[in-house]
Design a binder for this molecule. Structure first.
Ligand SMILES: [Zn+2]
Length: 310
C-alpha cells in the first residue's frame, strides 16, 4: 500500500506534509477502480476484510509520508498521524454499489450506498478509550470503546497481567471532569433510500450512518449522498426481561454529496414550470398523499412550492 500511495498520491501526500496543523485530520481519496487494477489482491482484502485493512491503509499513508520526508529538500514538513484513506468509486456491480440499504448478510463488507440524508445529529466529542488500573497489582492498561456497543467502554472482566487473578477491582485513571485524552469528532446521519430508485410501491427504508473525524459535518439533511463504508451491527446493553435491541449501521469511510447529479438527471427548469402549471389548481384540493407522490416523483423543491400554494 505504501508503494501504491507513493506512486498515485505523491503530490497529495506532499501537500499534507506541508500543512501546519499536526493534530488535524487529513484524507487521501483512493480510487477503488485504480486500486483494483494496479493491485487486485489489495483491493480484494479491502472489500472482504475492511475492518482490518482500512487501519493498515492509514498506517501505510503515515509510512509513505515518512519516506517522502527522508528525501525531501525542505525542512518545514511534518508527518501527520491522523491521515485516512478514503475509498471512492467502487466498481458498479450489485454486490458493491447499492441503491437499497444493506442487509444482515452484508455485515462486515465494504460497499457504497446511495440515499438521501433525512436527519443529522449534533456533532459530539467521542471518548474512545479509558485507562484503568488494577487495584491488586497496580498494573495500568487501556480499554478501547466498543463500536458494536454504541462506543461504551466496558469495565474489564480480568486484569491483563497474567500473574494477577483480579476480576473485579479496577479504578478508572482519569479524574472526573478532566479532559479525555483520546477523543474524536462523531456524528450520526439517518440515510433513507431514494424512492425514484426503488420499485413501484416500495416504502423507502432508512438506517443510521456513523461519521467520524473529518467526515463529520460533510453533509446535511436533504442532501443526496453516496457513502462508502463498512456494514456493522451494534446493540444496547442487554437487560433481563427486555427485548434485545440490535441494528445494522454503516460506518462511513467516504461521503460524497451528489445533489448536482440529482438536479441534472431528474429535473430541468422546463419540467418544474410544466409540472407547476399543470398541478397548481388541483393542488388546492389535493389530499396530502398526492402531494407526497409528487414529492417523490419530481423534486422536493417542487413539493415545497406546492405546499406553499396549498
Ligand atoms: Zn492485576
Amino acid at each position: 500500500m505504501q508503494s501504491y500511495a507513493l506512486e498515485y498520491h505523491k503530490e497529495e501526500l506532499l501537500h499534507v506534509l506541508q500543512e501546519d496543523e499536526e493534530e488535524d485530520h487529513y484524507s487521501i481519496t483512493i480510487n477503488a477502480l485504480t486500486l483494483l487494477e494496479s493491485s487486485p489482491w489489495m483491493g480484494d482484502i479491502l472489500l472482504t476484510s475492511p475492518r482490518n485493512t482500512l487501519p493498515l491503509f492509514d498506517s501505510a499513508l503515515v509510512a509513505a509520508q515518512r519516506t517522502l520526508l527522508k528525501v525531501a529538500e525542505t525542512t518545514d514538513l511534518t508527518i501527520k498521524r491522523n491521515i485516512h484513506a478514503r475509498v471512492t468509486r467502487l466498481p458498479v456491480c450489485p454486490e458493491l454499489t447499492r441503491d437499497v440499504l444493506p442487509k444482515t448478510s452484508d455485515v462486515g463488507n465494504f460497499l457504497s450506498v446511495t440515499g438521501t440524508v433525512i436527519r443529522a445529529t449534533t456533532i459530539k466529542l467521542l471518548d474512545c478509550e479509558k485507562e484503568f488500573v488494577c487495584n491488586q497489582c497496580r498494573h495500568a492498561f487501556t480499554v478501547e470503546a466498543d463500536f458494536e456497543q454504541y462506543y461504551s467502554v466496558c469495565r474489564p472482566s480480568k486484569c491483563p497481567n497474567e500473574d494477577c487473578n483480579n476480576v473485579s477491582n479496577f479504578t478508572v485513571l482519569a479524574e472526573q471532569g478532566s479532559v479525555p485524552s483520546h477523543c474524536r469528532n462523531y456524528q450520526e446521519l439517518k440515510m433513507q433510500e431514494q424512492v425514484q430508485r426503488l420499485g413501484v410501491g416500495t416504502i423507502p427504508r432508512s438506517m443510521w450512518v456513523v461519521l467520524e473525524d473529518d467526515l463529520v459535518d460533510s453533509c446535511k439533511p436533504g442532501d443526496d449522498v453516496t457513502i462508502s463504508g463498512v456494514v456493522l451491527r451494534r446493540w444496547k446493553p442487554v437487560t433481563v426481561d427486555s427485548r434485545c435491541h440490535i441494528e445494522l449501521v454503516l460506518k462511513a469511510n467516504q461521503v460524497q454529496v451528489t445533489n448536482e447529479q440529482r438536479s441534472n438527471s431528474l429535473l430541468t427548469k422546463d419540467m418544474v414550470r410544466e409540472s407547476v402549471e399543470t398541478s397548481l389548481v388541483p393542488s388546492l384540493v389535493f389530499p396530502s398523499s398526492v402531494t407526497y407522490i409528487l414529492y417523490n416523483k419530481y423534486h422536493r423543491k417542487l413539493s415545497a412550492f406546492l405546499y406553499c400554494v396549498k
